[in-house]
Design a protein around this ligand. Structure first.
Ligand code: ATP
Ligand code: MG
Length: 440
């Protein structure tokens, strides 16, 4: 369906809730989006899956280009809850070093961070926004955490350029709690070193269950914010908040006009973000003698330098009926790269033969893995998609837009195709989700 172009006159004191994809140009009048002033001629993009509240301060006119599934709804008054305004005023009057925003899935965390950041900037603060949400990340690609220094008010943190990012490799915090807590502690320090007066730390929506509580409490203890803004409807954050000490907690409500997103919409939002960070990517070939592999312990085996012993190869040929593509041994395991799966008997024979656990890798299993490419100081240069690893020729092919010198490559657990679409694990090789895994 062709995009619809409409003109709209709106009275002062009204809100237009615009669901993307859409692009809006103010023709006359004055409005704000989550505290960011929007003036005439300014173009505002509303991403697919996002809702943006335009609150009109004066009688105004705008032109909207509405894409597929976009919509506009007019409401009386503002959709920013009073409690958000009071909390923002409180933060600005207290000028803390670090504010942490917490809440369940689709509770308004990102919008509250945006609103608070905009008000603080308008009060002259130098603001850093840290995105600690691996799944629905607005700053940096999913499966990373990162921060931006905000120069001026923004309508969407997605448009900001990350100053620093750290690669985690999963979009599910329950699979990487330690790494996320460590990374966010490092980023709060980096944001201060970068000169931020106020740092706003946004978190993921994983808040219920023992593991989530333990993880969030540890995050607060390690980053030690002065103020926590807790978005909740029915005390769902109490198990976390009741455990905390020496931190001021403001409980505030999610907006009534929140837009809940389905699993599919959340997946497309993640894929849009991968696509953004893979734009203009090309295939690069790296020599495994110069680049260190990190992350997935199994895939990293393919980067090990092993000199296959001919006698062993002949014996393996007998056990397998054909020579392996590649094999190697470490102190505690042996690994074989094959073109096929093995049945239980053959596996058992192999473990007997090597007298240690044997890892079977199938050629191509590595392809599609999300990668974090880092420089010699460990800074994340960008993401990539693993095409293949050739252990014999000791090279790794990566689809990436990173052009700088790469020193290490972190192999993540997310799998993408080269369009940035998330792909499920090949049959029989599923990533065993933990009961606490939620769709972020
Ligand atoms: N005050 C508001 N007025 C209108 N719409 C809002 C408001 N706050 C949030 N929304 C809309 O509701 C949706 C969810 O909000 P938001 O992204 O801030 O939640 P979140 O808690 O960060 O979600 P996630 O768990 O995915 O990170 C978004 O599309 C957002 O634009
Ligand atoms: Mg969010």
């Amino acid at each position: 369906m062709k995009d619809a172009r409409i003109r709209r006159v709106v009275k002062a004191g009204k809100t237009l809730l615009i669901d993307g994809p859409a692009s809006i140009i103010m023709l006359s009048g004055k409005a704000t989006v989550l505290g960011a002033p929007i003036s005439p001629e300014e173009k505002v993009l509303v991403r697919f899956g996002k809702r943006m509240p335009f609150f009109f301060l004066e009688d105004s006119e705008l032109e909207a280009l509405l894409g597929d599934s976009a919509s506009i709804m007019e409401l009386e008054g503002e959709t920013v809850p009073q409690s958000w305004k009071e909390a923002a005023q409180h933060v600005i009057s207290k000028s803390p070093r670090l504010v942490l925003v917490m809440g369940g899935v689709d509770s308004g965390k990102t919008s509250l961070c945006t609103y608070l950041a905009n008000l603080a900037i308008l009060h002259g603060y130098k603001v850093a926004a840290i995105d600690g949400d691996l799944g629905q990340s607005d700053i940096g690609p999913p499966a990373t955490v990162g921060f931006s220094l905000l120069e001026r008010p923004v309508t969407d943190l997605f448009v900001t350029k990350p100053c620093s990012m750290i690669f985690i490799g999963s979009t599910t915090p329950s699979r990487a709690c330690d790494e996320v807590v460590e990374a966010l502690t490092v980023l709060t320090r980096r944001a201060e070193e970068a000169g931020a007066d106020l740092t706003i730390l946004n978190t993921d929506g994983w808040v219920s269950g023992e593991d989530a509580v333990e993880y969030k409490v540890r995050l607060v203890e390690k980053t030690s914010p002065e103020i926590i803004l807790a978005l909740e409807e029915k005390g769902e954050l109490t198990p976390i908040i009741s455990t905390l000490k020496d931190v001021e907690v403001l409980r505030i409500e999610p907006p009534e006009t929140i837009r809940r997103r389905s699993r599919e919409v959340r997946k497309s939002l993640r894929e849009m973000a991968y696509k953004k960070y893979l734009k203009d990517a090309k295939v690069r070939v790296f020599n495994l003698n110069w680049v260190r592999l990190e992350g997935d312990p199994i895939m990293r085996l393919l980067g090990l330098r092993c000199t296959p012993d001919q006698e062993r190869l002949t014996e393996l040929k007998e056990v397998l009926g054909a020579p392996p593509i590649y094999y190697g041994e470490t102190l505690d395991k042996a690994f074989l790269l094959l073109d096929r799966c093995l049945n239980k008997e053959t596996r058992a024979k192999l473990e007997l033969y090597f007298k240690k656990p044997v890892v079977i890798l199938r050629r191509g299993d590595e392809s599609g893995r999300l990668l974090g490419l880092k420089d010699s100081r460990g800074n994340l240069l960008g993401i990539g998609v693993l095409c293949n690893i050739d252990p014999k020729r000791r090279i790794i092919r990566v689809y990436t837009r990173v052009t700088e010198t790469v020193s290490s490559i972190h192999i993540g657990e997310v799998r993408l195709n080269t369009e940035g679409k998330e792909i499920e694990y090949p049959s029989g090789k599923s990533l065993k989700p933990k009961p606490t895994d939620i769709n972020l």
